[in-house]
Design a protein around this ligand. Structure first.
Ligand SMILES: Cc1ncc(COP(=O)(O)O)c(C=O)c1O
Length: 324
């Protein structure tokens, strides 16, 4: 909903522009919402191919790649800070600068970045961003999402979903919508207060621990995973699909294997290690920086190695679960 809200606001602010840009490896919700807008309004939806290793390494959207698709017809571009599958980090400032150079907005999906890395919206010139709170924000599945609009553009942007929480003096219950000043004008409806308490607790802990410390632990934890991949997994048919340079990663790594789905299910069912499987062939493994110890990473990778080296993962025949 927050992403729909910001995409619609960006479109309304550039009424004469007919092109919107996203990358092929972006999260389904974001791609589908843009498909919906494109269909409804007859827009030209450009999908940058960043899934072909010949064009992009680890799904990163590089400034050179983006520049090829930019023109004065682009209303907005949207990317993830951390690619949800590969775990690669995009250069927020460089890509935002390119969008701005052409008079377009950049909308950042921070779902896998918030709570894992130090986001610097002012420094990077970010105007629009969304994210969730249930990954590295560890506020629990279904905890509320958020949106960010810089002070620079709050007045200029109008929202497509005109909910009563965005209304100036909402309790006047007036006959017509008048957008409230500031960020309040981008709110939609009543949030779950119980869920907000969990966000408050979790982000209180994140603040206390310090995001730079958390980012450093993500870097060390993912480095340890990469070292263990080199030592144990590279010869077992795995490929690393996450950058080796810590500044281009977040808190997770992606290990590609032809039997990735079966291995991910086996890890869960036979080894008590909980990864994600992400189509078509990625086993996604994260450090939860506030909770996980390095010993747990060692232990989890050791179980993964044993499962694949022994071939035991092939005992899993049913990989039909809807949740992977
Ligand atoms: C990058 C990204 N964007 C959006 C979403 C969708 O989040 P939600 O289901 O909270 O709308 C996810 C969920 O995993 C995600 O990874």
């Amino acid at each position: 909903m927050n992403f729909y809200q910001l995409a619609g606001a960006a479109l309304a602010a550039r009424p004469d522009r007919k092109t919107i840009i996203i990358d092929a490896a972006n999260f389904p919700t974001d791609r589908y919402i843009l498909q919906g807008y494109a269909k409804e309004r007859g827009l030209n939806l450009v999908i940058i191919n960043n899934e072909d290793p010949a064009l992009s390494q680890h799904e990163r959207v590089t400034p050179e790649l983006l520049e090829k698709y930019m023109s004065e017809d682009v209303a907005f571009v949207t990317f993830e800070v951390i690619q949800y599958r590969a775990g690669a980090r995009n250069d927020i400032k460089a890509l935002t600068d390119i969008a701005r150079k052409y008079g377009a907005f950049a909308i950042w999906d921070c779902s896998h970045a918030i709570g894992a890395i130090d986001l610097q919206f002012d420094k990077d010139g970010v105007d629009l961003a969304v994210g969730c709170t249930y990954k590295f924000g560890f506020s629990g599945p279904g905890s509320p999402g958020w949106l960010y609009v810089s002070k620079r553009v709050q007045k200029e942007l109008q929202v497509p979903i005109q909910g009563w929480h965005a209304q100036e003096n909402m309790f006047d219950m007036g006959p017509t919508f008048k957008k409230a000043e500031g960020l309040a004008g981008f709110q939609i409806a009543t949030p779950s207060i119980i869920a907000l308490r969990s966000v408050q607790s979790s982000f209180g802990i994140i603040e206390e621990a310090g995001i730079t410390n958390i980012e450093a632990k993500c870097a060390t934890g993912t480095q340890m995973m990469i070292d263990l991949y080199d030592a144990w997994l590279a010869d077992l048919g795995f490929t690393l699909n996450t950058p080796r340079e810590a500044k281009w990663r977040g808190g997770h790594v992606s290990l590609v294997h032809p039997d990735g789905k079966q291995i991910a299910f086996a890890l869960r069912q036979l080894a008590n290690v909980i990864p994600d499987y992400r189509a078509p062939n990625s086993v996604r493994l994260a450090i939860s920086p506030l909770q996980n110890s390095y010993a747990e990473i060692w232990d989890g990778f050791s179980r993964l190695k044993d499962l694949v080296a022994s071939g035991d993962y092939k005992k899993i025949s049913n990989t039909n679960s809807k949740v992977t």
